[in-house]
Design a protein around this ligand. Structure first.
Ligand code: ADP
Ligand code: MG
Length: 401
């Protein structure tokens, strides 16, 4: 029995592997969204590498700068969504076309911010409130498709990615824009109360556009996927206006289009001592990093990152960061979060299960591990490359064969 198969006009999940295992999610009702979303061909890309060990550690605190390898006319604009500045860069486009696109992007990002914010009052907080009260809600907009994407991620990662576990994120104080968080960590008792309820996106039922949850503990939090979704939305919008050379950089997480038949997009990851690493995107691609060193709760010198293992209710440990290079933003974003949860021992299997190929991980002790597929694509000094351990991912467990 295949679970929760949903047919979208353009199904963003169509090309992704499916599980064939029966799970506790088998009663899930398919969503019925009419959201259209752009689908890009799976293409793929490269990742950069680094300098010294300390620099890897610092990586998460860094901003990404993007540039073309050959100078040509570029037009850029800056936006804001979900607490992140978003730089949009287009090339080979006239000013009027760019301005019209930027105006639409501004509108779209405002709408996404309003609709998907996990704690500022809006559609998502109202939905969560309805879930906790056992009420039904009629939904349009982007929430249905995000539920569907999150559900797929939850299933493929066996619950490591769980967008319904917002109550745990809130419990740790991470529904805030102020970091580091300094409130005390939650008690084991409070964590258990949520874990016992086992909130899952598979508890959400949809009947047309009417949604309800059979589990009052379900609290949606799209913090691990929404930025990628927003980046995809911008790219789709630019492409629909005929702009096929563009880069969207959301605070270091980015997606680019159009580097293949032109000069490639070169993404520099900027460290304290300037640009240390280059990632070249020859074609299309999304590069998303999830990490433990930027947003965290700090108590008595101990740091608890804002990524929570939904199975234990505890913040993740073991990895400093995970960088995923893939085709779409939502997927790369959510996958990076899931691999942070998977940790040092399991990220390779989970990456394979998700059908990922290009992943780069920094462990707590500073070791850098990358998948073999990335090796020919890294731009770095030889001594940097030779310090990286390259691995071949195992076979994915859930792919259709
Ligand atoms: P960053 O890019 O800042 O490292 P992520 O993309 O990893 O962030 O997303 C972290 C956010 O995702 C958290 O702030 C929270 O909103 C949400 N989140 C935390 N843990 C999980 C999880 N296990 N599954 C899904 N979403 C999560
Ligand atoms: Mg993420």
């Amino acid at each position: 029995m295949v679970l929760g198969r949903t047919v979208f006009p353009f199904n963003p999940l169509a090309e992704r592997p499916k599980r064939h295992l029966q799970t506790r999610f088998q009663n899930a009702v398919s969503l019925n969204s009419r959201q259209a979303i752009s689908v890009v061909e799976p293409v793929f890309v490269h990742n950069g590498s680094m300098g010294i060990r300390a620099f890897w550690i610092a990586l998460l605190a860094l901003a990404v700068i993007a540039s073309c390898s050959v100078r040509q006319p570029e037009i850029s604009a800056r936006f804001y969504v979900f607490g992140t500045l978003v730089d949009v860069l287009v090339r080979d486009t006239d000013q009027a076309t760019a301005d019209a696109a930027f105006a639409e992007i501004q509108q779209q990002l405002q709408a996404l911010h309003r609709d998907l914010h996990a704690w500022e009052p809006g559609p998502l907080t109202r939905l969560n409130q309805a879930f906790s009260l056992g009420r039904t809600v009629t939904l349009g907009g982007d929430i249905p498709i995000l539920i569907e994407m999150s559900r797929w991620m939850e299933e493929m990662t066996e619950g490591r990615f769980n967008a319904a576990a917002g109550a745990l994120v809130a419990l740790w104080g991470f529904h805030t824009s102020e970091f580091p968080v300094s409130s005390p960590p939650p008690t084991e008792y409070d964590i258990r109360r949520i874990l016992m309820m086992g909130p899952s996106t598979f508890d959400i039922h949809a009947d047309g556009q009417t949604f309800s949850s059979g589990n009052p503990a379900v609290q949606l939090d799209f913090g691990g996927i929404a930025k990628g979704f927003a980046v995809d939305r911008i790219i789709a919008l630019l492409e629909s206006r005929g702009i096929d050379q563009c880069m969207v950089n959301a605070g270091g997480d980015l997606r680019a289009v159009g580097g293949s038949n032109r000069s490639p997009w070169r993404v520099g990851i900027r460290g304290p001592e300037g640009v240390q690493v280059g990632i070249e995107l020859a074609g299309r691609g999304a590069v998303f990093t999830s990490g433990s060193s930027e947003r965290y709760l700090e108590q008595e010198g101990q740091r608890f990152p804002h990524i929570i293992d939904p199975r234990t209710g505890q913040p993740v440990s073991g990895l400093v960061s995970v960088t995923v290079v893939s085709d779409e933003g939502w997927f790369a974003d959510a996958a990076a979060t899931a691999l942070m949860v998977a940790g040092p021992d399991e990220w390779q299997q989970v990456a394979a299960d998700l059908g990922l190929e290009s992943v780069l991980v920094i462990e707590q002790d500073g070791n850098v591990i990358a998948t073999q597929v990335m090796a020919p694509l890294l731009i770095a000094e030889q001594k940097v490359i030779s310090a990286i351990r390259f691995v071949t991912l195992p076979a994915g467990r859930f792919s259709e064969g």
